[in-house]
Write a protein that binds this ligand. Sequence first.
Ligand SMILES: [Zn+2]
Length: 716
Amino acid sequence: MRTIAKWVCVPVAVVLSGLAFGQAGGARMAGYSKAATARQRDIEDRFLRIPSPEKARTLHRILTAEPHPAGSERNNELGRDLAKQFEEQGWEDVKLHRYDVLVSDPREVTVEMLSPVRYVASLREDAYEVDPDTSNPRVSRGYASLSASGEVTAPVIYAHSGNPDDYALLKKHGIDPRGKIALVRYSNPYSYRGFKALTAQQEGAAAILIYSDPAEDGYVRGKVFPEGPWGPESHIQRGAITYDFLVAGDPLTPGWPSLPGARHLKPEEAKSLPGIMAVPMSWRDAKPILENMGGPAAPPAWQGGLKIQYRLGGGAASLHVKVDMNTRLAPNYVVEARIRGEQLPDEWVLIGNHRDAWEYGGVDPASGTASMMEVTRALGELKRQGVRPKRTIVVCSWDGEEIGLTGSTEWGEQFAEELQSKLVAYLNVDSSTSGPEFEPSAVASLAPLIVEVTRAIPHPSGGTLYSAWTERHQRLTAGRKRPSADSALVDVRIGSGSDHTVFLNHLGRPTVGLTFTGPYGVYHSVYDDFYWMNHFGDPGYRYHVLLAQMWGVLTLRLANAEILPFDFAYYVDCVGQFIREIRMKKGVAAHLDLSGLQAANDRFRAAGLELRRATSRSLASGSLGGPGFAAVNRSIMDVESNWMHPDGIPGRPWFKHLLYAARYTYAHLELPGLTEAVEKEDWATARQQAQLLLEAIDKNATLLRQAVSLLQAGRP
Ligand SMILES: [Zn+2]
């Protein structure tokens, strides 16, 4: 999973129609007529009563009993176990999909300081008696998945967060990174470790060591494990360094599924396969190196949480680093099941969560799996009671998320055509719970629906999830201007780093991500385990249940809607905001005329508002029957597809969405082709990209007007 600061759209002028969205009590639900709303409310009430904290906790203990990284026998066993549970819960067409993908684990990892003092890094995490899981001999030492293998003895340098700016500053001080071992920290500002690895590789470094500074996730933040939720001195953030920001999934099968026997590239042909050695470390292992680094003092912004003077290095201090990875093809398994829709079996709502974990994965991802299995148990129970959804609900337990979004990507590539035509939306949950704060993200057209659904979910504090969420937001932003609509509380700037990527960026299907967060400093370490969850994250498993309720009701709301509850008028507002942000960028005023694009967006806005009104009228009057709705729904589903361009964004053809991509750091990136061209001051490409965007917006405005005509034609 990713851990990235959240941003919301906060459009300038959002007027959400109270008719369509967001009303509590007896009002119609978005996408439902009055009669259908009453039926749906009954289904949701029944659903909400089923998820149980005890059951979530029992399964969470099973999932976190042993380390289960992708490709391990334990993870495969858990996959078979989940498949069996889906069967028992009454799900249909249960399948295990096998993909043969590149995995790697360490044969040997050594980091030692040779001078000015000798020090051998343990690369191990301490065991604590209160938590017997921490002394399990099957816990691995720290390693970076898909690191290159090799051995080097070289001077060490401190490159802060390992971003390009950091190396520029080193060079200003006369420190040449070429051939050196770069020690960097996780990370301020956040950047994905794979981006740090690529940057070090491009700078010519011989190896990269990435350590967890206590300023980011340790004692500087608060009490550390086992007394508190933050990372103790020996905790190691494992993780992959796969360059999946270039192309996601198995590096040897970019763009096609890694089915057994499929063509696999040679490693040297694989763009997303790192070409540098990388090792993650605890601050305890990094401290002797930092203390003996030598060289000029690092600038104030580079000083971390350790009580030492951080220096830039480049002098006499030298390290020996050896990494010997066992990199090979191994099977990953995606577990798939469905409840076939009663009326629209060829429209799918997909929910999913990954199963593989670096060690126990208490938060990441076992909390998500525990929530998911409560959703599927409850949906199975409803089916047993004779309540089958209108559309098909599909569930997937992904594998290999941690090594490069592998399972979801390979599955998405295998079923690309079917998903492009049938998938209404993908609702992802990676970690469900590390605390009580609700942090949803979604393509902008689904943000209003998320707000509406939170009003139907009871919160442990006694109110609704909506009230708890918005009250917290008001506390956080006290004194600041409130966003003009609740929808602006949903993060509509979607980065990468989880399993939504293939669906949104490669296949052009709408996605949602749900999570509850809190203080969490043990990400990807051995301490992210059952003990941590039961003492800090969610001791009563109430938020596991709350997430399951939110996730399940959102699924049912989409699965049973008469008219799919997407709000394109809100989408347009966010796109307008993205365009305004481009306008502010350097050089744009002089080199790029965006008035045509803005005008197209205004046309799209008018169509979006018209559709909102027409939908509302049609549902209120009950004037349109099933066949009429089917055509309208087809148009609604086609909107997201129209944002796709077959060539992809410049330099990254696998990423085909014109509105959404991620930066190499995994950070969100809107209007990616246009934004990147503008940032490079490549005005010819920028003009081309603006034109593609304009054409897509116009296509969608036409599509929405067609949907409006269909609705109006159905009126009495
Ligand atoms: Zn995860």
